[in-house]
Design a protein around this ligand. Structure first.
Ligand code: CO8
Length: 262
């Protein structure tokens, strides 16, 4: 627990079916303190049971997305506290990956260490013009602890993951997109860009979107046969939904589909 008040650590905004969570410790470049991790967990608790929710956008206040775990808190850790903090962060980031609706990282600035790890735990990473990604932990004499050594390999492959984690160099939006760390570069307002991406998602069948996210994440690390079997099951499940009937009828009638998410 932290002595910080959780109240203002995350700004919450609702735009129709999309929730925007703004990490709000700009004077510390939104560094992930224990209090900020608690506040993010609490925000997810509140959003999780919300049936009208179609996507979540996560961004940072000020010039950073998140400049990493809070170094002033970590400096005094012993191995026991470090393990507990890494577990805490990993559980929270796993929660984002497993979150029922798509989570979009609108990376407005520095996304370093735990910030890069947070972005990678999201489904779609959007890089604003000022985005700077990196895993600079080795500069501090430590290694990534919120999943960076694992998720970065899965996102960009061994060659680039080793490059970033061993040199601690930062990459901008263009290079992040080129290496597959970010899905798209957004010129101008990155949160506006994220809302536009959320709108693209909202136009699709809500149950299908959830199941597609699940099929991809749950089997990303397994073998192909197990993944294909899981995909078949979820594909079949779509045929128990009104959204499937509506989506296919609308296509055949040459009209827009009106999905109900059921
Ligand atoms: N933690 C705490 N405070 C931070 C952090 C941070 N990660 N990053 C920046 N700040 C603070 C600075 O101390 C400064 O505070 P103050 O004004 O009180 O001195 C304020 O934010 C502004 O920062 P700068 O003056 O340094 O701003 P610049 O624009 O000059 O530089 C940088 C921006 C390049 C982003 C620079 O701040 C920087 O290098 N920050 C640290 C980045 C970093 O190393 N991140 C990795 C941290 S380790 C990590 O994330 C591991 C995750 C897993 C941990 C699990 C293990 C237990």
């Amino acid at each position: 627990m932290s002595t910080e008040s959780n109240g203002a650590l995350i700004l919450r905004e609702r735009r129709g079916a999309v929730a925007i969570l703004t990490l709000n410790r700009p004077r510390a470049l939104n560094a992930l303190s224990a209090g900020l991790l608690d506040a993010l967990d609490a925000a997810l608790d509140d959003l999780e049971g919300d049936d009208g929710l179609r996507a979540v956008v996560i961004t940072g206040a000020g010039k950073a997305f998140v400049a990493g775990a809070d170094i002033s808190e970590m400096a005094a850790y012993d191995p026991i506290l470090a393990e507990a903090f890494a577990s805490r962060g990993q559980r929270l980031l796993n929660r984002l990956t497993a979150f029922p609706v798509p989570v979009i990282a609108a990376v407005n600035g520095f996304a370093l260490g735990g910030g890069c790890e947070l972005a990678m735990a999201c489904d779609i990473v959007l890089a604003g013009e000022h985005a700077r990604f990196g895993q600079p932990e080795v500069k501090l004499g430590v290694i990534p602890g919120f999943g960076g050594t694992q998720r970065l390999v899965r996102r960009v492959g061994l060659t680039k993951a080793l490059d970033l984690c061993l040199t601690a160099r930062m990459v901008g939006a263009d290079e992040a997109v080129e290496m597959g760390l970010a899905a798209r570069k957004i010129e101008g307002d990155v949160v506006g860009g994220a809302l536009a991406v959320a709108e693209e998602i909202e136009a699709n069948g809500p149950v299908a979107v959830r199941l597609a996210k699940r099929a991809i994440h749950e089997n990303a690390d397994g073998d192909l046969e197990a993944g294909l079997a899981a995909e078949r099951t979820l594909f079949a499940l779509c045929f128990a939904t009104r959204d499937q009937t509506e989506g296919m009828e609308a296509f055949l009638d040459r009209r827009a589909a009106h999905f109900t998410g059921s």
